[in-house]
Design a protein around this ligand. Structure first.
Ligand code: G6P
Length: 610
């Protein structure tokens, strides 16, 4: 949610910041802005909408500077217009700030600053920071100290970058609740909210922790806490490559990410499946394995698509481990005084590892004594670092706002965790071997399903004008129904609901008529017969049925208007397969409606505000 990039060195900062912002655009795209030193002052350029508009505007102005900071915004306070875009400046335009997060006590700060004579141009919470830092600067504090003191007055969350004409040899950055890192270069340094924006320049990064700040010069940097204590920071080497964050010949990131699932799944399970012993190896859980086997309860906490993975994981855990498992929305968990203690193990699923509610829930569960395990995609992300231990899903960078390959990688990792623990709780070697060998085939099975892209595109063409969709599934595939519906509504703006198939009789069936497509996830499993009855109930009301069925199902074609076949696998692995056609269906419907699937309106990839 919102992206920050800054550069200090000898080169022109403009292409570095603009290219970096483009890579962060998936985090927010309401407006964009850049500010840089120019002729002894600071020039600020801001536009509505995409970073490419900003690029054009900066080009028109012919701007060039060796130090600058930029921002791409997802509006929290104030509508997305130029005045509310970042950077925000003090009244005389000598200091600017870009900010991710929310300043909760901004009305109080604003009132106080107004009394001191400051005038406000925007409706944002961020503008108070510019005036607040200015007030400390004008009281005689050096730049870094002025920012530090200002931040002590602030309640809320922030990742910020600030420059001032008073000390133009540095960028000051700080972090609390929103990610911020320093990219360490040779004779140049970078600041960013996300490593993807600077990976083409350096692979060395320093992640700031909450309550830390830094002054970044072109050839060195200096880190402290906001309590004025010195901190020595480790330099991390990031592994992400530029190719991984480019579209690789696909028209959209979303299609690229859907299509690369055979590879991303291979990466998720690589080295973790032990075929001979029918076992699983997860290095990140080794030190907590005994603890995990004896907990009384599992909690799985997440938001959005990751929450759907959590629901699948609950079925896996309860079926194979017989450990009671509760799934919680992170935002609900943290505010309801949860009953959690040392007898619990809590899993926190997050693609980005930065979702504010999930991070806050993790801190709360930790405080209450639960063993906390992060299941994240982004290596070195806040949730990964804050957890006691964890497992990376290794899906590679996911840029499309609607999550696809991270979802299937999350499911794969939870199936791995299940087998790992089940083998220690009495699952036989033979059963382990059978599951592991079936699991190893999954990436290639997914490739086979993806080859039905044209068929699914044809179905999308027929259904693209529907205004409502229903997605129904049972057991392991009920969360897949939720995920299918979420994918469609996120990117096509068509209203869609996911329901447990039998539960549709208690409400949604009232909506069914000849205009209502109903997607059934109907593999041949224990509840197959019941699902077939549900399909008949929909057909009796003239609904259009799209069935995701297994290849051994010979009768479904007579019942369904459209059917998409997937190979047979074990139930625990089935959601990894059944979701693939739903991703493609949502994708093609949205594309046929001419929509931007990578950056759907109002959404952001990583929700770092509460
Ligand atoms: C946003 C994204 C979703 C994602 C959710 C949780 O809503 O648009 O795709 O599932 O956040 O994000 P996380 O990074 O914690 O998995």
């Amino acid at each position: 949610m919102c992206g920050i990039v800054g550069y200090i060195g000898d080169k022109n900062c403009v292409p570095v910041v603009i290219d970096g912002l483009k890579r962060l655009e998936y985090r927010g795209y309401d407006s964009a802005g850049i500010g840089m030193f120019n002729n002894g002052g600071i020039s600020v350029t801001k536009v509505i909408g995409k970073v490419e508009n900003l690029q054009q505007e900066v080009k028109n102005q012919g701007l060039d500077s060796t130090t600058g900071i930029g921002h791409t915004r997802w509006a929290t306070h104030g509508e997305p217009n130029v005045l509310n875009a970042h950077p925000h400046s003090n009244n005389d335009g000598t200091l600017i700030v870009v900010h991710n997060g929310i300043i909760e006590n901004y009305p109080t700060l604003k009132a106080g600053l107004k009394k001191l004579g400051y005038t406000f141009k925007s409706a944002t919470d961020t503008e108070v920071l510019a005036h607040l830092f200015d007030a400390y600067l004008k009281s005689g504090y050096p730049f870094f100290e002025a920012v530090r003191r200002g931040l002590k007055d602030v309640e809320g969350t922030y990742g910020i970058a600030v420059i001032s004409t008073k000390e133009p040899d540095r960028i000051v950055v700080a972090k609390k609740g929103s990610p911020l890192l320093i990219g360490v270069g040779e004779g140049e340094n970078f600041v960013a909210s996300d490593a993807a924006s600077i990976v083409q320049h350096t692979k060395k990064v320093v992640y700031l922790e909450d309550g830390e700040m830094a002054e970044v010069f072109k050839d060195h940097y200096h880190t402290k806490t906001t309590d004025d204590e010195e901190v020595n920071k480790e330099v991390h080497q990031i592994e992400m490559t530029l190719e991984e964050i480019d579209k690789g010949g696909y028209p959209t990131f979303m299609l690229k990410e859907i299509m690369e699932q055979p590879e991303s799944l291979k990466n998720s399970i690589r080295g973790r499946l032990l075929q001979e012993t029918g076992d699983v190896k997860l290095g990140g859980l080794e030190n907590v394995l005994d603890h995990l086997l004896y907990v009384k309860r599992f909690l799985i906490i997440a938001c959005g698509t990751s929450w759907h993975s959590a629901l699948v994981a609950k079925s896996m855990f309860e079926t194979y481990l017989r450990i009671p498992t509760e799934v919680e929305y992170a935002s609900e968990f943290r505010y309801r005084n949860p009953i959690v203690g040392p007898g619990d193990a809590a899993f926190f699923i997050s693609q980005s590892g930065e979702t504010a509610d999930t991070l806050a829930a993790l801190k709360e569960a930790k405080r209450l004594g639960a063993l906390c395990i992060g299941v994240c995609n982004v290596v070195g992300s806040s949730i990964a670092r804050e957890s006691h231990s964890g497992v990376y899903i290794h899906a590679g960078p996911e840029i499309g706002v609607a999550s696809t390959k991270a979802f299937t990688a999350q499911l794969a990792v939870f199936a791995l965790i299940t087998i790992l623990l089940a083998r220690r709780k009495g699952m036989s070697v033979e059963e382990g071997q059978s599951l592991v060998s079936e699991f190893a085939k999954i990436p290639e099975t997914v490739r086979g399903i993806l080859s039905q892209n044209d068929l699914i595109e044809g179905i999308a063409e027929k259904l693209k004008n529907a205004t409502n969709f229903l997605y129904l599934g049972r057991g392991y595939n009920f969360p897949v129904a939720l995920e299918g519906a979420l994918k469609l509504k996120e990117i096509s703006y068509i209203h869609a609901e996911g329901y447990p198939a039998a539960e549709m009789k208690h409400g949604p069936i009232a909506l069914v008529d000849e205009n209502m497509p109903v997607v059934f996830i109907a593999p041949k499993d224990a509840t197959y017969d019941k699902i077939i009855s549900n399909i008949q109930e929909i057909k009796a009301r003239k609904g259009k049925v799209i069935a995701i069925a297994t290849s051994d199902d010979e009768n479904i074609d007579q019942l369904a208007d459209y059917s998409i076949k997937i190979p047979v696998t074990r139930s625990i692995l089935m959601p990894i397969l059944t979701v693939i056609p739903l991703q493609l269906l949502a994708y093609h419907i949205a594309m046929k409606k001419g929509l931007n699937v990578d950056q759907p309106r109002n959404l952001a990839k990583s929700v770092t505000v509460e």
